[in-house]
Design a protein around this ligand. Structure first.
Ligand code: M7G
Length: 338
């Protein structure tokens, strides 16, 4: 398992000294639980943070009896895999069980229990979870903020530097310390290169929910706000080589992919999301997703477009940033003048 590494990240030197308190690990070996965990019998649920009946994802906060600190368990019922449903279906065998609830004339209601291997629940465990992780997975009231360049420089950037999530998992991927066998494509060029691999949100199997992430090698780009003319090559490289690798492996062409960046992202190291167009992944809506092709085109038109533009983003009520923006009267102000 990767050692915890104190690495100068994409932010100022100052940031290293003032590493975000919220993200400090409460014990020496924060990965311990992941090397030993066999089942979830040691997890004690304390709070249901979110239960989304549409996406069928539940986020639970609790503790593990064998480890200190808060933990999060995120359970997701996965989509059907078409290959398993086609002829010679794995779903319809005599080892499955059909329980009748009632029938009325030609209509029957049943509960169906297919074989165990088809009943898996995608599970993410975050331990030790910080206050900021817990906030991220809670249902909360969202608000939209029109972030002018001035608001970014004076309020948002200082907040990001102080409070951002730890990026160790990103560096572990770039340094081949974690998820090495999951890498689909890699361009090692330090300026224009990136690593492409399945996102944490994807089980890596069900094509209908395909979700990959391209993480750039350059550690000096926090988000689209930092993108300038000399990043066009990097972005085009991600677009072209990312699409090619996905087509070769999964048979989906670039016109079947939604390729975008988040603003604001959760993690301030530039990365690009690749999802299947048919899949309604979280975070694909207008208030957060910026299509890579638009981003490239904007920078080609105006090299410092993202330093000049007003960028709307979503802030949630319990985010510390919400309070800072409210105190500065930013939430009520509109950047659109009559
Ligand atoms: P984001 O736009 O910063 O924020 O995306 P979001 O999480 O609110 O979407 C970061 C992306 O990185 C997300 O799609 C996460 O699912 C993904 N991700 C996060 N972690 C901690 C990991 C990880 O450890 N491995 C991989 N492969 N993906 C991760």
């Amino acid at each position: 398992m990767a050692d915890k590494k104190v690495e100068t990240n994409n932010l100022s030197d100052d940031h290293v000294a003032k590493k975000p308190k919220l993200d400090e690990s409460p014990d020496e070996n924060p990965h311990e639980i992941h090397s030993n965990i066999k089942d979830l019998s040691t997890f004690k649920v304390e709070k249901i943070l979110n239960n989304n009946t549409k996406s069928k994802i539940v986020c639970l906060q609790g503790t593990f009896s064998n480890a200190d600190g808060a933990g999060l368990v995120i359970l997701e019922k996965t989509a059907f895999e078409e290959d398993n449903l086609k002829c010679n279906s794995k779903y319809f065998t005599s080892s499955s069980y059909l329980k009748k609830i009632f029938h009325n004339d030609i209509y029957g209601n049943y509960e169906y229990f297919p074989v165990l291997e088809l009943n898996s629940i995608k599970t993410t465990v975050i331990h030790p979870a910080t206050e900021k992780h817990i906030e991220k997975y809670c249902v909360q009231n969202p608000y939209i903020v029109d972030e002018t360049p001035d608001v970014y420089q004076s309020i948002v950037l200082p907040y990001i530097i102080k409070e951002q999530f730890d990026l160790q998992w990103v560096y572990n991927i770039l340094e081949h310390k974690s998820e090495v066998d999951r890498i689909l494509f890699e361009d090692p060029d330090p300026k224009n290169g990136f690593v492409l691999l399945p996102d944490l949100k994807w089980n890596g199997i069900t094509l209908d929910t395909l979700y990959l992430l391209a993480i750039v090698n350059d550690r000096n780009i926090k988000s689209i706000r930092d993108l300038q003319g000399d990043h066009v090559r990097l972005l085009k490289n991600i677009y072209n080589k990312g699409c090619q690798a996905i087509e070769e492996k999964y048979g989906l062409t670039k016109s079947q992919l939604r390729i975008y960046l988040h603003y604001q992202p959760s993690f301030y190291h530039l990365h690009v999301h690749f999802t299947y167009l048919r899949h309604e992944a979280p975070g694909i809506h207008a208030e957060r997703a910026h299509l890579l092709s638009n981003v490239i085109s904007n920078i080609e038109l105006l090299a410092d477009y993202y330093q000049k533009v007003t960028l709307p983003f979503i802030v949630r009520e319990t985010d510390k940033l919400f309070k800072v923006l409210e105190d500065n009267n930013i939430l009520k102000k509109s950047s659109i003048k009559d």
